[in-house]
Design a protein around this ligand. Structure first.
Ligand SMILES: NC(=O)C1=CN([C@@H]2O[C@H](COP(=O)(O)OP(=O)(O)OC[C@H]3O[C@@H](n4cnc5c(N)ncnc54)[C@H](O)[C@@H]3O)[C@@H](O)[C@H]2O)C=CC1
Ligand SMILES: O=C(O)[C@H]1O[C@H](OP(=O)(O)OP(=O)(O)OC[C@H]2O[C@@H](n3ccc(=O)[nH]c3=O)[C@H](O)[C@@H]2O)[C@H](O)[C@@H](O)[C@@H]1O
Length: 468
């Protein structure tokens, strides 16, 4: 099938690559010439396991093209996927300018029947706006925009997770397809069925529904997941106060199949490009419809505070003023296996440490380049703080002479470090762990003063702590 993907970010590039991998002829469009240049010279602008190999293979077979040519992109695909960003506007609502611009271009250059698939996360009602914009452009060209044989709009939200995006796309839990109940909708349904058949042989994972429900499903899914995380973070803060262990509680409740084990990890708050913006956007949609989403407002507030919890523990242990202290920080990306720094908890944590006068030496297996760019912007107004932040190329280099190790992202390589070496190079054996990677009792036995999230602080031999 001839497919066009508009927007070659995390979602667009993965969608395009995976659709090309199973034999489709894919044209990927982006307005960012830098991204297209990287892709055309054999690179991949984002870190996503498995993606580079698929792109190399499909490019070699001529099944994927990268371009900034809008007209050629619209003319190429019978199916046009809109996968552009929908960042939060100033008031928290989803900014639809990129989606509507993509729609305008489709109307401007359409050369036949197009199935227009909205893959970006968009508020309920957006499909109707996309339809109106395309119809307006067709009308301006003297083509009847309301004619049913010109195009059909499909809502096909994406549920992939960064860091596991290729796998999630290739083996989806479900494929949600919102489609109109008219003649054009029937044609679109057949095309979508053919397109997704290879991922879902008996189509048992495809859920057809009306367009508005499909748009809503995406927000409801992210809101539910964010709620679980904020719930567990609240529980962890109480566990800290009453002396319970949130990890044992997690196992205790997860074993109930009605609750399940997934997404019950307490930590330093959720980040990324989606949960924060999608929770905000849903709260905003409710407001616009005269309704208040009280649970989601609390989810957001809890998450905001959670990003300070680790710094509060550091200040309680070492004092509010951290001038002269140096912290080794492991993990910058908002989660492992990605270089994405959008809303990463490390941004608030490091800014707070620097604001208290500390020096920070940070390491991440893949996000250092992106982190340099992001912190230069975040800290542009406080150059003295920025000067106290450095990035190092090796995990162990962060530790030498540091007052403590702070863990922010749970990369695999942080799970079993050489603790004897770690103790020997840190100024004192002190760890603040925002991801509960280690066992408190084991740390105490190793003579490490270990603070985690919602886990009791085990007794350790303070004679080994130079600062005690
Ligand atoms: N990142 C993720 O894990 C997921 C994201 N989503 C949703 O998918 C959408 C895209 O997200 P990401 O891929 O993360 O965004 P992104 O920011 O990584 O990529 C968006 C791309 O669209 C391009 N673009 C903007 N306007 C354009 C236009 N008119 N024509 C062509 N290209 C244009 C941008 O240059 C950029 O490269 C968002 O709505 C997001 O909420 C959904 C599921 C997962
Ligand atoms: O709409 C989206 O963009 C995507 O948003 C999330 O995917 P993603 O943001 O890539 O990453 P997650 O694995 O969901 O993690 C999000 C944040 O929650 C945190 N988290 C996750 C799980 C958990 O138990 N605890 C926890 O704190 C992570 O550390 C991370 O900061 C959803 O999981 C995807 O299904 C969805 O498609």
């Amino acid at each position: 099938m001839k497919i066009t993907i508009i927007g070659t970010g995390y979602v667009g590039l993965v969608t395009g690559a995976c659709l090309a991998e199973i034999g489709n002829d894919v044209f990927c469009l982006d307005v960012d010439p830098r991204k297209i240049e990287i892709l055309n010279s054999g690179g991949v602008p984002i870190h996503e396991p498995g993606l580079q190999e698929i792109i190399a293979r499909t490019r070699a077979h001529g099944r994927i093209t990268f371009s900034t040519d809008v007209k050629a992109s619209v003319e190429h695909g019978d199916v046009q996927f809109i996968a552009v960003g929908t960042p939060p506007d100033e008031d928290g609502s989803a900014d639809l300018q990129y989606v509507l611009e993509a729609a305008r271009n489709i109307g401007r250059y359409s050369n036949g029947f197009k199935v227009v698939v909205d893959k970006s996360t968009v508020p309920v009602g957006t499909a109707e706006r996309v339809r109106a914009v395309i119809a307006e452009e067709l009308d301006a060209r003297g083509l009847d925009g309301s004619a049913g044989h010109r195009f059909s709009i499909v809502s096909n939200p994406e549920f992939l997770k960064e860091g596991a995006a290729v796998d999630d796309f290739m083996r989806p839990d479900r494929i949600v397809i919102g489609i109109d109940d008219d003649e054009a909708g029937l044609i679109a349904r057949e095309k979508m069925k053919r397109l997704y058949g290879p991922f879902n042989r008996n189509h048992e994972r495809t859920l057809y529904m009306d367009v508005r429900s499909a748009e809503f499903t995406k927000y409801a899914a992210n809101a539910m997941l964010a709620t679980r995380i904020s719930f567990m973070n609240e529980m962890s803060n109480l566990a800290d106060r009453v002396g319970a262990d949130i990890e044992q509680v997690r196992r205790g409740i997860g074993s109930d199949p009605r609750i399940g084990y997934h997404f019950l990890y307490a930590g330093v708050g959720y980040g990324g490009s989606c949960f924060p913006k999608d929770v905000q956007a849903l709260v905003r949609t409710a407001g616009e419809n005269g309704h208040q989403l009280r649970i989601l407002e609390a989810v957001e507030a809890v998450n905001y505070d959670q990003k300070e919890v680790l710094v509060d523990k550091i200040a309680t242990r070492l004092g509010e003023d951290l001038t002269g202290r140096t912290f080794a920080v492991w993990g910058l990306a908002f989660k492992p296996n990605t270089d994405d720094m959008r809303e990463a908890p490390s941004r608030r944590l490091i800014a707070s440490l620097l604001a208290r006068g500390a020096h920070v030496r940070a390491y991440d297996p893949v996000a250092i380049g992106e982190a340099r760019r992001v912190f230069a912007l975040d800290l542009a107004g406080t150059p003295d703080a920025l000067a106290r932040l450095s990035f190092v190329a090796k995990q162990d280099e962060t530790l030498v002479g540091a007052d403590a190790l702070v863990i922010v992202t749970e990369w695999k390589e942080f799970k079993s470090p050489d603790f004897a070496h770690l103790k020997s190079v840190l100024k004192a054996p002190l760890i603040f762990d925002g991801r509960n990677l280690y066992e408190p009792q084991a740390m105490a036995e190793l003579g490490i003063d270990y603070y985690a999230i919602g886990r009791p602080h085990a007794q350790f031999d303070s004679a080994t702590d130079a600062r005690a």
